[in-house]
Design a protein around this ligand. Structure first.
Ligand code: ZN
Length: 387
């Protein structure tokens, strides 16, 4: 058991200074003051002056590496657990990407199990960029229903030169399979949508929504900060009730080509009146970040970083004046709710003890607790007060 003393608790709503008692991997109590006199087996940790926040939920990470659009020497590497932990992430969603030939779902699941046994909470999407979707059981519905880690399908690519050309019925078919599997297994069954920079934007999703009974909440489109036009389209889509996700990994060159920083996109969507429950940021960690010229030739390729999620949270607060609790929601409760991860993304009694501790002034990640255990413990010393 651990008692976190007198940190400023954002649950993610601001609860003020509280004591947080955890044990058995769960949060046992959050109170103004909790006394552990007579319980020497409780580890007391003084976190006064620090922010105690939910462990971050990163809804899109290429944990086995993503693409490699410049040939085999540009294949992006697997994610190392330190990349997540040092960035305050305790829950992540692993996905395939452009390359579903040399990156397999079997490998994705194995990597997820590795990270889980090291202490993180990891879920995955079946499928990849392309249709028909790759699966383990030859059925999206069966994969989502029967394989614990799978909570949806994706990221299915649309409006992208790498996407499978498809009509709305093909996408509706994928959505209904994921939805059915999700309902039968009490999971979200979402369809993660990779949106490229073709000018069709979110049109295909709108066609599905206006011609079928698939609800708008079944889709979780990402990279919506890719261009100014897509951001405007995404804000419009969100105002109709949809979720939109902004990608935090970027490069100077990508920003020069017109991408909007995720933190800025978040601030703009909030200003436009979109509710924070519909807005999320994800890292796209270990993705390839290719830059193509006007002829479609690759000119640069960098690797996405999970740590960019934390940096974008800090940027949202410091550069774009988003309130701390609101910025936090975009990387905690909002993605957890969209993905139906009910014990994630919040500090609540009986919820999982996934906690990130930030410096009170710089918001640097100092310590990370996942399922009640320290995965990172920096500059937080065990207090001796009760001896
Ligand atoms: Zn993508």
């Amino acid at each position: 058991m651990k008692l976190l003393k007198q940190g400023r608790v954002y649950a993610p709503n601001d609860l003020g200074c509280k004591d947080v008692l955890i044990g058995g991997g769960k949060i046992i109590a959050i109170e103004d003051e909790i006394s552990i006199d007579g319980y020497p087996f409780v580890e007391e940790v003084n976190v006064s002056g620090k922010l105690v926040v939910p462990g971050f939920v990163d809804s899109l990470v290429h944990i086995t590496g993503g693409g490699g659009e410049g040939g085999f020497t540009t294949r992006t590497p697997e994610m190392h657990i330190d990349d997540a932990v040092q960035g305050g992430v305790t829950t992540l969603i692993g996905v395939l990407g452009t390359d579903a030939v040399t990156r397999s779902l079997e490998n994705l699941l194995a990597k997820a199990k590795e990270l889980k046994s090291l202490g993180l909470s990891v879920y995955c999407y079946t499928g990849s960029y392309h249709l028909p979707a790759v699966t383990i059981t030859e059925s999206i519905t069966k994969d989502v229903m029967l394989i614990d880690e799978f909570i949806g399908v994706g990221e299915v690519a649309i409006s992208d030169h790498r996407a499978t050309p498809m009509d709305y019925l093909a996408l509706a078919n994928v959505a209904s399979q994921a939805r059915t599997g999700g309902m039968l297994a009490d999971k979200a069954g979402v369809v993660s949508i990779h949106v490229g920079d073709d000018r069709q934007g979110l049109d295909l999703l709108r066609q599905v929504l206006s011609n079928t009974a698939v609800p708008i909440t079944q889709f979780y489109p990402t990279h919506i900060n890719r261009t100014k036009e897509l951001l405007a389209d995404g804000i419009h889509y969100a105002k109709q009730g949809g979720f939109i996700d902004f990608t935090t990994s970027t490069t100077e060159q990508i920003l020069e080509q017109g991408e909007i920083e995720a933190a800025q996109a978040l601030a703009k969507a909030l200003e436009a009146g979109v509710d924070i429950s519909q807005l999320t940021m994800s890292s796209d960690g270990n993705a390839s970040l290719p830059v193509f010229d006007e002829q479609g030739r690759l000119t640069d390729l960098q690797v996405g970083k999970v740590k960019s999620l934390h940096q974008s949270f800090v940027d949202a607060v410091v550069k774009y004046n988003v309130d701390i609790d609101v910025a936090l929601r975009s990387i905690t409760s909002s993605p957890a709710d969209i993905l139906s991860l009910r014990s994630k993304g919040r500090l609540q009694v009986d919820g999982d003890a996934d906690i990130t501790i930030l410096d009170g002034e710089t918001y640097d990640v100092q310590s990370v607790i996942a399922s009640g255990k320290f995965l990172l413990k920096e500059q937080v010393k065990k207090t001796q007060a009760y001896f």
